[in-house]
Design a protein around this ligand. Structure first.
Ligand code: FES
Ligand SMILES: [Fe+2]
Length: 412
């Protein structure tokens, strides 16, 4: 149970709030790179700030205020140029650092006044990596964007966005909640399939450890032992707002009542020939079933979403009753409070990387997967509802082509 004040501390992420200040010390994933191929301009709302992400005609990314500093027109209706984004209302042009480069009429009326030098638009640094666009919204100098080792692994990668209508922190608490797996996924799925018991194996032992980049939760089930990787390796609750299981799932606050779920999924392909994925696709997964008006429950991540959204727009933690299974959640909350204090005291919070020598294929523990075999067939992508058919087809073609090569190599 938490007091109302402490709950607010964890949940509020607007500018100037302690948690907002903490989260602004990290690069946050805000969009799929591929989204900008179709439309170079995307309005985004991150931690209560309305912004516009764009890629100009030279390929430079920018993230600027949604409203033009002239008379507040919506910059997401502007147009990209060789350098920067131009407002559609009176044509003022801004670059990715926020400088005003051109004020068409002012420069004719008062050619020597250089009014444009006195005007700036709010702008944040952005960069692309692993098919994701990342933003840094904190004070300079920005730390390094982590180069996780998994980004370098070979496989078919995809970025999946979902708009979750609830506060980010209840989504992140799920990253360190091991017992939910057996109920929300294993047992509920059974019930949804119309099967009567018996329920799946129960967890018999839980362990929680902290490491440089977050927490690891470990578990033993009735059908596993302490020799199994569920216990020896565990799963990573990646600091400050991600779950890492070999895939990444970030929970980025849109505002205090909405969260952008950013999934980064990788499916290994058969064979060990090098594979360069030209373009990592990005798609948006639905949360609600339009036919029933109910939340989708058919896929693993959708089941997680149902649990989070069911806790309310902002979970009321003054009414909860935590037990032994919530030990990890208590550890995480405690660390969050401590890190908010660290930021207030001017220190770098947990897990920020500043030394380029350390930011090379940074290792995160992961339970090993058996390499795929051609006969396994392409993965059905089981996590989220709504995968576009074009992606299913692309994966299938790739799988078949690579399976043929593996089989030919195996010929005597
Ligand atoms: S409002 Fe943007 S140029 Fe006038
Ligand atoms: Fe889950």
């Amino acid at each position: 149970m938490l007091s109302e004040d402490k709950n607010r501390l964890l949940c509020e992420t607007g500018p100037g709030t302690p948690m907002g200040e903490l989260l602004r010390r990290y690069w946050q994933p805000i969009a799929g790179e591929a989204e900008l191929d179709e439309r170079p301009i995307k309005p985004v709302r991150i931690m209560g700030e309305d912004l516009v992400l764009y890629r100009d005609r030279s390929g430079r990314l920018g993230l600027v205020d949604r409203h033009c500093p002239h008379r507040r027109a919506d910059m997401s209706y502007g147009f990209v140029e060789d350098c920067g984004l131009r407002c559609n209302y009176h044509g003022w042009l801004f670059d990715e650092t926020g400088r005003c480069l051109h004020q068409p009429f002012e420069e004719i009326a008062h050619p020597h006044a250089r009014f444009k030098d006195k005007v700036r638009i709010k702008a944040y640094p952005v960069q692309a990596r692993a098919g994701i666009v990342w933003a840094y919204m904190g004070p300079e100098p920005a730390p390094l964007l982590p180069d996780w080792d998994r980004f370098h692994d070979q496989g078919y990668k995809q970025v999946v966005l979902s708009h979750i209508p609830c506060n980010w922190f209840q989504c992140q608490e799920n990253s360190i909640d091991p017992v939910h797996f057996e109920w929300l996924h294993t047992n509920w799925s059974k019930v949804l399939r119309g099967e009567q018991g018996p329920y799946g194996p129960t967890h018999t032992r839980l362990g929680f450890d902290e490491f440089d980049y977050g927490f690891v939760y470990r578990r033993v089930r009735e059908d596993t032992t302490e020799e199994d990787e569920l216990w020896t390796t565990g799963r990573v609750c990646l600091w400050p707002n991600c779950l890492y299981t070999g895939h990444f799932e970030w929970r980025v606050p849109i505002d205090d009542e909405n969260t952008l779920s950013v999934g980064w999924f990788i499916d290994p392909l058969p064979g060990d020939e090098p594979f360069e994925q030209e373009r990592i696709p990005c798609w948006t997964a639905p949360v609600e079933d339009p036919r029933t008006g109910r939340w989708i429950d058919s896929h693993i991540m959708n089941q997680d979403f149902v649990a989070w959204m069911g806790q309310g727009r902002i979970a009321d933690r003054t009414k909860e009753h935590l037990g032994e299974s919530d030990r990890g959640i208590l550890m995480m909350r405690k660390r969050m409070f401590e890190e908010m204090e660290a930021v207030k005291a001017g220190r770098d919070p947990k897990g920020t990387i500043r030394d380029p020598a350390l930011n090379h294929r940074v290792h995160l523990p992961v339970i090993r997967q058996r390499p795929p075999r051609p006969e396994d067939g392409p993965p059905p992508f089981p996590f989220l509802a709504g995968q576009p058919q074009a992606i299913v087809d692309e994966m299938r073609e790739l799988w078949e082509a690579r399976s043929r090569t593996v089989k030919e190599d195996a010929l005597p």
